[in-house]
Design a protein around this ligand. Sequence first.
Ligand code: ZN
Length: 183
Amino acid sequence: MGLKIVQAPDPGLREVCEPCTPGDKELLKLARQMAKMMYENNGCGIAAPQVGRNIRLVVIDVDWDGEDKSTRNPIFLVNPEIKELKGDPVTDMEACLSCPGISVPISRQPWARVGYFDLDGEEWEIEGDELLGRCLQHELDHLNGRTLFEACEPNVRIKAIQAYERARELGAQPGQSMIEVEA
Ligand SMILES: [Zn+2]
């Protein structure tokens, strides 16, 4: 059965996800499918609730150039947890496969350190700033039922919702950015 990207305002995107079991064969299969969907839709990250699974699993790859498949290097994060955030908040545009057609200004601390398990159950940490720091925070937000609309400033939220409605009318697909919401 093929997976589909769940799009806002699907209530499944607003749920807090359950921890999952590293090493589970089904988890491995799901993780591979999620990575495929992420690359096919030009995303740099994807979280399980975005494919309709309410579990704490994230895939990211902020380095792939979108061209050479052999350079794809997805990182699978099972039960990831923010350990530390650092730096003065920076506002930048974010898009989301579950909110196709819009990008939204979101303020985040630039540097993040995240603890997680790999698919075999080994414990790791990943840390970084810029796109990686932002992507980690964005994807972990999904595990707590937070989308772009909850992550942005309250005064931006109304504009973001209106822009999203417009983008949906225009038939926006995951990975497409049509409307930039102003801060
Ligand atoms: Zn997202």
